[in-house]
Design a protein around this ligand. Structure first.
Ligand code: MG
Length: 466
């Protein structure tokens, strides 16, 4: 009997602690604010000297600023797929070596077999809205409405698509900003599945997106809600409403970021006014790094190397803030996190079981957010298309392949032994320390082998175009 009791108590001790949702407590609301092509160095709380982002700064002061937070890919479509599915896009087929993102003539989109965060939260009765850029398929079956969202208001792909000016766009950075008109881009604005405006007036789109989010909060405050607010900007071409034109010392790019920041302020204030702030988790981040070839009109990765399209830090490390006053322990978090972790984290907070019929690439960050415990994430995989280019393990990152993007930062190059950087000492990836640390390269190689052993690549959903 004694032995049986001992075994039983050992089992209890070794079982992971499962926190069940307190039935008395309302389920938390979630808001993800996702900028497009905003760089690591583009917010004042992440060191930009002339872009003023008082609302995001306040969010960082009252919440957690994550300085080692990553996306699942360095371009729009796969990055968004990673966030919404909690999986590396190579698994869902939303990463491709033929076309890096979806285009207005792409035939496909996110496979219906994928479970989005919205679908997951709906199982617990959440009201779900997608506001802004979708970019996971513009045909009806792929739209947000058919991927777990009750409501959609936005441009279904990038704001530079459906070009009416042809090649003129390619030398955009050389031209005066006022020669680029919103009418040059015939992008549609959708409400649910209907086109309500075409071309969408991009001058006012940023504020309209934020206002839609405010409206959705007010209309759905009685039930738990999830809002995925994915701004089309500051992706090129840059547009700003009259109220923000000329407000930033950083020029048009700064004006645009400040308009996004203003919307963040409206959302946080609404949550406070409605008494929802303590029970709403707000996350702010960006889908990938800055689009550097656009020079003065592109953003800045700050002290990080390179930008959008690359697996250097500037392409995939994003300025990230979590906010929920009284709930999230304020501070600066240097532990690792990724957008794929939001799926696991929010599911757990809402008391929803994670799907067990697929590999998820996220971890639950709740203990770090609420109790400042170390993050469960110890590594980051940097994919370009369907190829693994680099791996971060703890402080170190090994590059097996490097490649620039959009004509900058060099051609594809394989490295054997890999380049190795200590990112805590050297976030700008300047000093290769591979020779000094063969043991780290060995550990990373083991991790890669393990990862590859169960990797099944999904059917390429980006390849086919009309
Ligand atoms: Mg982007």
């Amino acid at each position: 009997m004694k032995n049986v009791l001992l075994v039983f108590s050992l089992i209890l001790l070794t079982l992971p602690e499962v926190k069940s949702q307190d039935p008395q407590k309302p389920l938390p609301n979630f808001i993800i604010i996702f900028a497009d092509d905003l760089g690591y160095g583009d917010l004042s709380c992440f060191g930009h000297p002339t872009i003023k982002t008082p609302n995001l700064d306040r969010m960082a002061n009252e919440g957690q600023k994550w300085t080692n937070f990553y996306v699942g890919a360095s371009v729009c479509t796969p990055s968004r797929a990673a966030l919404l599915t909690g999986r590396l896009p190579v698994r869902s087929g939303m990463a491709s070596d033929r076309h890096r993102v979806l285009f207005p003539d792409s035939k496909n989109g996110l496979p219906s077999s994928e479970i989005t965060l919205a679908e997951q939260l709906k199982t617990a009765g959440y009201a779900t809205a997608c506001i802004g850029k979708w970019h996971l398929g513009h045909k009806e079956q792929y739209l947000p409405i058919n991927n777990g969202f009750d409501y959609y208001f936005g441009i279904p792909y990038s704001n530079d698509m459906d070009r009416l000016q042809g090649d003129a766009y390619n030398d955009y950075w050389k031209r005066p900003n006022d020669s680029i008109k919103t009418e040059h881009f015939n992008v549609p604005l959708l409400r649910n599945t209907e086109i309500i405006e075409r071309p969408a007036d991009q001058n006012t789109i940023t504020t309209r997106y934020s206002d839609e989010a405010v409206k959705y909060i007010k209309e759905n405050k009685k039930k738990p809600f999830f809002i995925y607010l994915a701004h089309n900007l500051p992706h090129i071409p840059l547009f700003v409403s009259d109220k923000f034109k000329g407000t930033s010392e950083r020029g048009l790019y700064g004006d645009v970021v400040q308009e996004i920041d203003n919307g963040v302020g409206k959302i946080l204030n609404t949550l406070k006014e409605e008494g929802l702030a303590e029970n709403t988790i707000v996350v702010f981040t960006s889908d990938n790094g800055p689009w550097l070839p656009f020079k003065l009109n592109g953003g800045s990765a700050g002290l990080l190397k390179a930008g959008k399209g690359t697996t250097w830090e500037g392409g995939m490390r994003e300025p990230t803030i979590f906010w929920a006053p009284e709930h999230i322990e304020p501070g600066i978090i240097t532990d690792l996190g990724t957008t794929m972790d939001l799926f696991s984290t929010f599911s757990t907070m809402a008391g929803i079981k994670l799907p067990d019929n697929r590999i998820l690439d996220g971890v639950n960050l709740s203990e770090t957010l609420f109790n400042r415990k170390p993050s469960q994430r110890k590594s980051v995989l940097y994919y370009r298309g369907t190829e693994l280019y680099a791996v971060r393990l703890g402080d170190f990152k090994a590059h097996f392949i490097t490649q620039g993007a959009y004509g900058e930062f060099g051609e594809r190059q394989e490295h054997n032994p890999p380049l190795l950087y200590n990112l805590n000492f050297d976030p700008g990836e300047q000093f290769n320390v591979a020779e000094e640390h063969p043991e780290i390269i060995e550990q990373i190689s083991v991790l890669v082998k393990e990862h590859r052993s169960n990797l099944v690549k999904g059917k390429d959903m980006l390849a086919d175009r009309e």
